[in-house]
Ligand binder design. Structure first.
Ligand code: GLA
Length: 414
């Protein structure tokens, strides 16, 4: 049988150490502290956040660690292991509505952009800072590696500037974190140039260990739902297809534009307000807009149904069967109606289903990235091996795997 490659998370101790070492080596000084923030998987509720719908993310143990020290001036200097040939420098006064100055590389916008957005929200003027990043969130894997950077920056800047918005990991200030979410989202939308919704940043800042987060994107209200798969005899397998994925390209934006157009024709402010799907479809005489609308409205209903299942009791027996159907239907809708999957995602999902998983679907933005499969505890390895074998046969790059439990939100490590 094929060997599987696991993308392991580093421990908080190791992540903190690596970020600190890089900081000290680069800037010849000790950081004020190290802050970290997790990537996420979304269990269900895909491409609905920017339509006012509901999502159900959980935080991963994979985190971005940021060692940071404020400066006296307005300069931001950044370093990461991927870029340690060169420090990126940005002056806070030069970050503008069109992004960063051309001299800085793109990754810097996720960090410097948050400082800019906090100032725009009235939390300035801020001092510049030096920062060193170490992240074990797979890059471009659809697991919110960029949101992890933004959110680690947000909690760091919150603390060193005494903004009082984040609270701590154990006693988070949830209202304050909503403000940080908005700043991180603005950095991503306006400085990094990806017009994403608020799912990823909310997950990274507001999820809790051992829980899934029921998020209502109409008002960003949340509810923590205990999500103890091990107690139900289950585990979640995350399959990083390693197929290239970018949210800054036109596909994500074009899906969003379709939804806005459909909402406008239907006379609602967002697709979440569609009450009668059949009537809405009859009113839209464009096939593509019908498909997009059908996905969004049905996905919101599936997410509510999934949350109700979790509220009712353990995922076992009939409840587990229904949960599996909801996950499967979600993927099929994203593949056929929303058209955001790709051959690698579809193959991973097909093989997971054929190998006895209780539902499998893509997670995140799509067009590459990751899929999830709910499997019996201890069965994930076998499912993963079957996927590796199928990928080999199809000539796809080898996928990576994560077995993850719901983890803690962004906060200070050391
Ligand atoms: C990406 C975006 C999110 C969300 C998902 C799809 O992860 O960043 O805002 O739209 O895609 O659910």
């Amino acid at each position: 049988m094929a060997q599987i490659h696991r993308s392991e998370a580093v421990t908080p101790h190791e992540g903190t150490q690596k970020a600190t070492e890089l900081f000290t080596r680069t800037f010849g000084d000790e950081p004020t502290g190290v802050w970290s923030a997790p990537g996420r998987v979304n269990i269900i509720g895909e491409h609905v956040d920017y339509n006012g719908g509901s999502c159900l993310p959980m935080a991963l143990p994979h985190r971005a660690y940021l060692a940071l020290k404020p400066r006296e001036d307005r300069l931001i200097r950044l370093i990461s292991p991927q870029t340690d040939d060169r420090i990126d420098e940005v002056n806070l006064d030069e970050i503008g509505p069109q992004g960063l100055p051309k001299t800085a590389r793109h990754w810097a916008s996720y960090i410097a952009g948050v400082a800019w957005a906090l100032e725009e929200a009235g939390y300035g003027p801020l001092n510049g800072f030096d920062a060193a990043l170490f992240s074990c969130v797979p890059r471009g894997g659809g697991l919110s590696s960029s949101a992890a950077l933004e959110c680690a920056t947000a909690v760091a800047l919150d603390e060193v500037n005494g903004l009082g918005l984040a609270g701590t990991i154990d006693a988070p200030n949830d209202e304050g974190r909503k403000i940080l979410v908005a700043a991180c989202q603005r950095a991503e939308n306006e400085i990094a140039g990806a017009k994403t919704g608020g799912l990823d940043q909310t997950a990274s800042l507001r999820c809790q260990k051992g829980h899934a987060l029921a998020l209502d994107c109409r008002d960003m209200s949340t509810r923590q739902i205990p999500f103890d798969l091990a107690a139900d005899g289950l585990e979640m397998l995350i399959i990083d297809t390693r197929a290239a994925h970018s949210l800054a390209d036109g596909q994500y934006a074009s899906r969003r534009a379709d939804c806005e157009k459909a909402a406008e024709i239907l006379g609602v402010s967002q697709l979440v307000d569609v009450e009668d799907l059949d009537a809405a479809l009859a009113q839209l005489d464009d096939e593509q807009l019908c498909k997009r609308t059908r996905h969004v409205v049905s996905e919101i209903a599936r997410t509510h149904a999934f949350v109700e299942l979790l509220d009712e009791g353990p995922l076992e027996g009939k409840r587990l069967d229904v949960a599996a159907l909801l996950l499967d239907d979600s993927h099929d809708s994203l593949r056929d109606d929303y058209e955001v999957t790709c051959p690698e995602l579809d193959l991973a999902v097909d093989v997971a289903r054929a190998s006895g998983s209780h539902g499998a679907r893509m997670t995140g933005g799509g067009f590459g990235g990751s899929a999830i499969a709910l499997v019996d505890a201890g069965a994930g390895e076998k499912v993963a091996e079957a996927i590796v074998a199928a990928y080999k046969e199809a000539g796809f790059e080898e996928p990576h795997f994560i077995f993850a439990l719901p983890s803690k939100p962004a906060g200070r490590e050391a």
